[in-house]
Design a protein around this ligand. Structure first.
Ligand SMILES: Nc1ncnc2c1ncn2[C@@H]1O[C@H](COP(=O)(O)OP(=O)(O)O)[C@@H](O)[C@H]1O
Ligand SMILES: [Mg+2]
Length: 511
């Protein structure tokens, strides 16, 4: 048996699947693509999360695109965090290329260019379905994690939420939250202290400063109504294909806090609302995070802990999370250890640090008699990657240096006009993009304060009147007399005869 035949058998045996699967490409051996040595990922294990890593320009984003469109084709909805703005092309068919044909010939899969159903969403004022959540929905626990406050301050945030709940004050946006925090140490101090305990101005001041910091990253755009229903991410089009939701995040790169706030809220909402999944054999939703280091950048320990536990829990809801990043070390160990699918594109060995990273990465892959993993890691070409997945029984599949298939959709972005056409077709934009600012805590508290102030003013006026009443009655009489005289004069002045008379005088004077 030839070496290549042994390799083909090794791959076919290791990647055998009974249920539905995705084909990533064909395995390579000694630099040669072994046609039909297909590297297949069972749909059943896609909720076990994954990682796509590799140096810039090695093909990570295209790998993401390939997986996303193949999922869509199998009726599985997808969410893509489009940080660099290079994913909109999924909505158009690939124009094809001789090199793509050559690639597919080697792999042994026909190339079939097509467009996919896409929904464009946005966190900010960019065009697309607006993604928002109310402060109430976000909840005191997540909010405290995001704001990275002390436990005392977190306690105050919980009290504030409770107070608003008890008093039917909706917390919709950050304006509401700030108002209640101010109210708690000013006009509402006594009431709150009586029912919920003392709240110090120093603590509310510290929380307010953290909120302002979050606002400076544009979080005021995110908090508010209409809040997004995560079920709308799970839509299937009329042809049974999963909708690919592209969340445009190009303007969020320098706002890691806003990004992690949004990610955490999205994951928590999905976890909270999706039903527990039995063994359905396929994921409900698959989420890709391109440039994933951004959510971990600047994340506090508390936030990191929260992300780790959500990653673990969300699996049971049939949701797969895929982190796309340059270096696996960008992803925290607690998350890395939970990943089922690993796709490692080429790494470059420029510095001693690079070489160390390559060694570490290689050690994290299954040992293979067919590869020197370290060597393969630096010699992979563009659109090629080391793949290690889980088979249907949850066991790691053999390591496969894979010639990846090309995206069926366009690798380049949509033109402005094409993008407009996609936005125009959206069913969700009319549902979510209307600006509403209904009466919430901010307005209700303002009313309450105004009412209290008006009552106070009334009270003050009453007291003043009483004071006046007590003073000399003679002056009162005289003032009453004078007022009668005034009235009489006014009466005279407005009487028709007087006006005519006065005009008559005027006329004479003007002559
Ligand atoms: N699977 C693939 N099939 C065909 N071409 C690919 C593939 N992957 C990458 N390429 C080529 O490499 C370029 C860079 O890929 P990209 O995914 O943007 O890299 P990265 O995200 O790692 O920076 C693409 O524009 C494309 O020309
Ligand atoms: Mg990329």
């Amino acid at each position: 048996m030839s070496d290549n035949q042994a390799f083909l058998d090794h791959i076919n045996e290791g990647y055998k699947t009974k249920g539905d699967f995705l084909t990533m490409g064909a395995a390579m051996h000694k630099g040669e693509t072994i046609t039909e040595a297909h590297v297949k990922i069972p749909l059943k294990t896609l909720n076990r999360h994954g990682l796509i890593a590799g140096a810039t320009g090695t093909g990570k984003t295209k790998t993401l695109q390939v997986i996303a469109e193949n999922l869509s084709e199998q009726g599985i909805p997808v969410v893509l965090m489009d940080i660099k703005g290079d994913l909109s092309g999924i909505a158009a068919a690939s124009p094809g290329h001789a090199k793509i044909d050559e690639r597919h010939e080697k792999i042994g899969i026909p190339f079939d260019p097509k467009a996919f159903p896409v929904e464009i969403l946005s966190l900010s004022e960019q065009d697309g379905v607006r993604l928002r959540a109310t402060v109430s929905e976000f909840g005191p626990v997540l909010l405290s994690r995001i704001l990275d406050v002390t436990s005392t301050q977190a306690g105050i945030i919980s009290v504030i939420f409770k107070y608003c709940d008890d008093n039917k004050l909706p917390l919709l946006d950050l304006k509401d939250l700030k108002k209640v925090l101010q109210f708690a140490t000013k006009e509402g101090r006594e009431t709150l202290e009586k029912d919920y305990g003392r709240i110090s101005t120093a603590s509310t001041g510290a929380i307010l400063r953290k909120i302002v910091e979050l606002e400076q990253q544009g979080a005021d755009l995110f908090f508010g109504e209409t809040s997004f229903d995560v079920q709308d991410l799970c839509r299937i089009d009329e042809n049974g294909r999963g909708i690919i939701n592209i969340i445009r995040l190009t303007d969020i790169q320098d706002k890691p806090k806003l990004f992690s706030t949004f990610m955490l809220s999205l994951l928590a909402e999905i976890y909270g609302t999706f039903p527990e999944q039995g063994d359905s054999g396929r994921p409900e939703l698959v989420i890709f995070l391109d440039e994933a280091h951004l959510i971990f950048k600047e994340a506090s320990n508390a936030l990191m802990g929260q992300i780790e536990s959500i990653v673990k829990l969300i699996r049971s809801k049939g949701v797969g999370l895929y982190f796309v990043t340059q270096n696996p070390t960008d992803v925290p160990d607690g998350v890395l250890s939970q990943l089922g699918l690993k796709i490692q594109h080429a790494l470059r060995a420029f510095t001693a640090k690079d070489r160390k990273a390559i060694k570490l990465t290689a050690e994290n892959y299954p040992i293979s008699e067919f590869y020197d993993t370290k060597e393969v890691l630096t010699s992979l070409g563009i659109g090629e990657a080391l793949v290690s997945a889980l088979d249907e029984k949850g066991r790691p599949t053999p390591l496969a240096a894979t010639m990846l298939r090309a995206p069926m959709s366009r690798m380049d972005i949509l033109s402005d006009n094409e993008l407009k056409a996609v936005l125009k077709k959206s069913e969700l934009i009319p549902k979510y993009n209307e600006e509403i600012d209904r009466e919430s805590a901010y307005e209700l508290l303002n009313k309450k304060i105004e009412k209290a102030e008006a009552e106070e003013a009334k009270e003050k006026a009453k007291k003043e009147r009483e004071k006046l009443n007590k003073s000399s009655s003679s002056s009162r009489k005289s003032s009453r007399k004078s007022s009668t005289t005034e009235k009489a004069i006014i009466k005279v002045l407005t009487s028709a005869t007087f006006i005519r008379g006065a005009l008559g005088v005027l006329n004479k004077l003007l002559k």
